[in-house]
Design a protein around this ligand. Sequence first.
Ligand code: 1CP
Length: 348
Amino acid sequence: MTLPPSLDRSAYLLAARGERPPHTPVWFMRQAGRALPEYRAAREGISMLESCMRPDLVVELTLQPVRRYGVDAAIFFSDIVFPLQAAGFDVEIKPGVGPVVAEPIRDAAGVARVRPVTPSDVSFTTEAVRQLVSELGGTPLIGFAGAPFTVASYLVEGGPSKDFAKTKAMMHGDPSLWHALADRLADVAIAFLSVQVEAGASAIQLFDSWAGGLSPRDYERFVMPHSAKVFDALKQYDVPRVHFGVNTGELLGLMSAAGADVVGVDWRVPLDEAVRRLGTPKPVQGNLDPALLFAGWEAIEPEVDRILAEGASAPGHIFNLGHGVPPNADPDVLQRITKYVQSAHVPA
Ligand code: 1CP
């Protein structure tokens, strides 16, 4: 697909392709959300997953942070468990908790409940992406999906987990059941990402947020083949493919090798060290500690400077937080960081 020049030469897409844009692009994971009063007002009385099915609301919530902060990319408003619900799975997002699954998956019958997602199951997603792409003009829209491991963790545990005990028990205790589940979830991710790209999203991000809970050995054996399947399937679209997880310092090389074009880095590993760990140098995204948002500008500014300097060692750098925007973050601080990064001298 040929992109309009303003989009094709946008700072985000240039950096994601390993080129040097005039300024370092910046956006924030979870930039839409409770940190914004306009988000809380628009979502009033509408459940999270219900919101994802209303194209007008999805468009509004996706655009809010672009308007407010002037970030270099929009991320499609949805959730990693949304495609499961669209495929008929009983999941809900409980306020203050996160995704909760009524009947967790523990056996082959459970795995069989994860049905393939077809474009007609998510026609509202196609509609919302099309509308967004036309409204965003030269600002790229990032489509996203949850990676098989992270989505499986919610399905097997029944909700958020700290140790992933049941998920790991399934991996090691019944590897063929685990691989069957992860394979179905790879297909769900492929379907949902393809729908977004076909409708005009110009990059995709695969969130394996909780992969950092695994050893490299387990990651390589149980997770990497399934994430690699997702990246392989998306290759045909020729859009940058970004891979991110929290606490993945030990996994950066493997997550890159799974097929990412850009690797997201949390705050635990400096970006220059992250690039070394990738093996093959690639563009990186990150890595301001979200906790710094509450530390005052005097503390934030030198951290941003450090990240920009370290990011210069990568073939491309997209400034971001090391994880999502906390709900109680001050929007003015995010706006100040955006302007600061966009006007900073790009280190050679
Ligand atoms: O800017 C944006 O907000 C984009 C939309 C977006 C994205 C990219 C949402 C909306 N969710 C996600 C991805 C997502 N969802 C991830 C991967 C990114 C990450 O690591 O943060 C994960 C792990 C989830 C699961 C999830 N959904 C949680 C975490 C629970 C846990 O296990 O600790 C929560 C709280 C949600 C709900 C949710 N999703 C999105 C929003 C705005 C919310 C908050 C609920 C609400 O406002 O009603």
